[in-house]
Design a protein around this ligand. Structure first.
Ligand code: SAH
Ligand code: SF4
Ligand code: F3S
Length: 471
């Protein structure tokens, strides 16, 4: 069936085929260039969306004859997939890139490349161009599927390549994927973001919101299940708006469709935006037996004036009513969230509304961030009179408060039996996660990794639980 590709923003089959030809070219160049199997080190900063992108970058590298290492000293090709969401994230990348300089000096054949969200900002790639001459290849989030062509240009000309043009965004299907884990799978269902929360850089570096075709999502889910994957996480900046504007099914329907696939696996998703979270979605969650009862629903602030200034599109009351509904249909639901402390102009009284919201809801855990100004966003132009030290005190107050809440919630779980996906073994203790995404450890063996077991909780500290096999 022919599709209108202008609507789905899907890269044409011909273009993907052309990249496959470049893959073969790179493969023959690297075979001639190295007397060993070339090694790539791909390091990922940022969110799961970036992790999923890196799995596609690694898939392409594997198809071009590369094997992989975690050690830059051993590598022939180093690729950092970067994150721009906060200053701290960016500083870490610059620090890591600086540290590669002596490694490059010791190994002049090493090719250093940077990609991802940071590279989609002009002031960043200009800085790399000027101050980091040993970086050979730079590309943004819109060029991931063109790695073979870009790498071929670097290899065949020896010149620096910068592919950083901004774009509304496209979807590349049919890329090879090399997954990091065998029993946990990341499955992107949409890319980009249209929300323009006033503090956030993501819509600028990731382009407009676009959804993958449901057939493509379901095909990848089937592949994951067939390969033994036990937990599929559906990914997007705002999964609740899946399908909007593309004539596709909505997110609740997609969830039901993935749930209906045969197999022994569970489903998670992130991130949900409260603006688009509906009772229909929460009903779908409750009714789908494979969907974990964990909802990551970032609220950012508990104060209506601040929420408005953040351009979040919901109020405190709307958020709390969603939480009420979720608990009504799933009494065991585990709620987690993101919060920003010290948004420009936020007062201490307004911050106290955030504190009271976390007390009211009782989250399992929180990701807390001090506001970080991002070049080009609306909030970066707002007066920001509160000092960093003061924000630091508010931050501490918030994390102390959450610690107590989390400890009480963990205590309440003592004696209960939870389903746990076993992830790794260290010193005879298995580390895993409950359906509610709470970390737990218990005595067990390597053979349990990648399986679900029932664990009785015997000890609770903060958000960390310990237990014993229940059967
Ligand atoms: N799309 C997701 C969030 C993606 S970014 C959502 O809307 O929920 C992850 C988190 O980083 C955000 O939820 C927010 O809490 C934080 N964040 C984003 N920009 C930030 C900034 N400029 N300063 C501090 N925290 C920020
Ligand atoms: Fe950023 Fe808001 Fe989009 Fe999330 S929804 S990625 S916070 S703009
Ligand atoms: Fe960072 Fe880009 Fe994700 S800015 S949080 S890696 S979308």
């Amino acid at each position: 069936m022919l599709r209108d590709l202008t609507q789905t923003a899907e890269i044409s089959f011909d273009e993907i085929k052309q990249q496959r030809e470049y893959m073969n070219l790179v493969k023959s160049v690297v075979e001639a260039r190295y007397d060993h199997v070339p090694l790539a080190m791909v390091h990922t900063f940022g969110c799961q969306g970036n992790v999923a992108d890196s799995e596609r970058l690694k898939g392409q590298l594997a198809a071009m004859g590369f094997d992989f290492t975690d050690d830059a000293q051993q590598a022939d090709f180093v690729l950092y997939n970067t994150c721009a969401v906060r200053e701290h994230a960016q500083d870490r990348v610059f620090g890591n890139v600086g540290a590669l300089k002596p490694i490059k000096e010791a190994n002049p054949n090493l090719i250093i490349a940077l990609c991802g969200c940071m590279m989609q900002q002009e002031h960043v790639w200009q800085k790399i161009k000027k101050s980091y001459p040993f970086v050979k290849l730079v590309f943004g989030t819109h060029a991931i599927h063109r790695l073979p062509e870009m790498l071929y240009r670097v290899l065949s000309t020896g010149k620096r390549v910068f592919e950083v043009a901004n774009s509304d965004g496209t979807i590349a299907e049919g890329l090879p994927v090399r997954r990091d884990g065998s029993f946990k799978g990341w499955l992107p269902i949409m890319y980009g973001c249209n929300n323009f929360c006033s503090y956030c850089i993501v819509p600028y570096v990731r382009g407009r919101e676009r959804s993958r075709r449901s057939e493509a999502v379901l095909a990848e889910a089937r592949e994951l299940i067939a390969s033994g994957c036990k937990e599929i996480t559906l990914l997007g900046q705002n999964v609740n708006s899946y399908g909007k504007g593309s004539g596709e099914m909505d997110f609740a329907s997609l969830l039901r469709a993935v749930n209906a696939l045969p197999g022994d696996f569970k489903i998670r998703f992130m991130t949900s935006h409260p603006k688009d979270c509906t009772p229909a979605l929460l009903d779908a969650m409750a009714e789908c037996e494979k969907v974990c009862h964990h909802l990551h629903l970032p609220f950012q602030s508990g104060n209506d004036r601040v929420l408005k200034a953040m351009n979040r599109g919901y109020t405190r009351a709307k958020y709390l009513s969603l939480v009420d509904y979720a608990r009504r249909v799933m009494p065991d639901i585990s709620l987690t969230s993101d919060v920003i402390v010290g948004f420009p102009g936020e007062t201490y009284e307004e911050f106290c509304d955030t504190l009271s919201l976390i007390e009211t809801v009782g989250f399992t855990s929180l990701f807390t961030f001090i506001y970080s100004p991002r070049v080009g966003t609306k909030a970066a132009g707002l007066p920001d009179p509160v000092s960093r030290e003061e924000k630091g005190r508010w931050f501490k107050e918030l994390t102390d408060c959450q610690e107590q809440i989390a400890a009480a919630r963990s205590q309440a779980m003592l004696g209960t039996v939870q389903t746990v996906l076993c992830e790794e073994v260290k010193d005879g203790r298995v580390n895993g996660r409950t359906d509610g995404n709470i970390m737990i450890d218990f005595a067990g063996e390597e053979s349990l990794i990648g399986t679900y077991v029932r664990v009785r909780i015997t000890k609770a500290r903060n958000w960390l639980l310990s237990g014993e096999l229940a059967e």
